[in-house]
Design a protein. Sequence first.
Length: 94
Amino acid sequence: MAYARINTITFSSEEAADELQANYSSTAPEGFPEAQLLVAVRTGPLTASLTSIYEDKAAFDRSADERTRRMKANGHLMEAVDVQEGEVYLNHAR
C-alpha cells in the first residue's frame, strides 16, 4: 500500500521560505527518485505544506537518509516542522 509523509513547515522568515522553496523545487525530484508524487504548497508567507507519496513503506523508508540530510542542511531556515506519515487510502488525480 502507498505510504506518505506530510511536512508542515514554519519558516524563520519570508526570505528563508523563498530560499527553501526555490531549492526544494529544483532538487526534490532528483533527491527523492522513488517518490510517486511530490507536492509543495506555500500556505502563507512563513508556512508551507510538503507531501510525498511512495509506492510502499519500504520505498518511504529508503528516502529517510536524504530527508535527514536535507533537514540538517536547511534547519536554519525553519522555525518548526510538524511531520506526519501514514498509509494512503486515496490518491486521486484528474
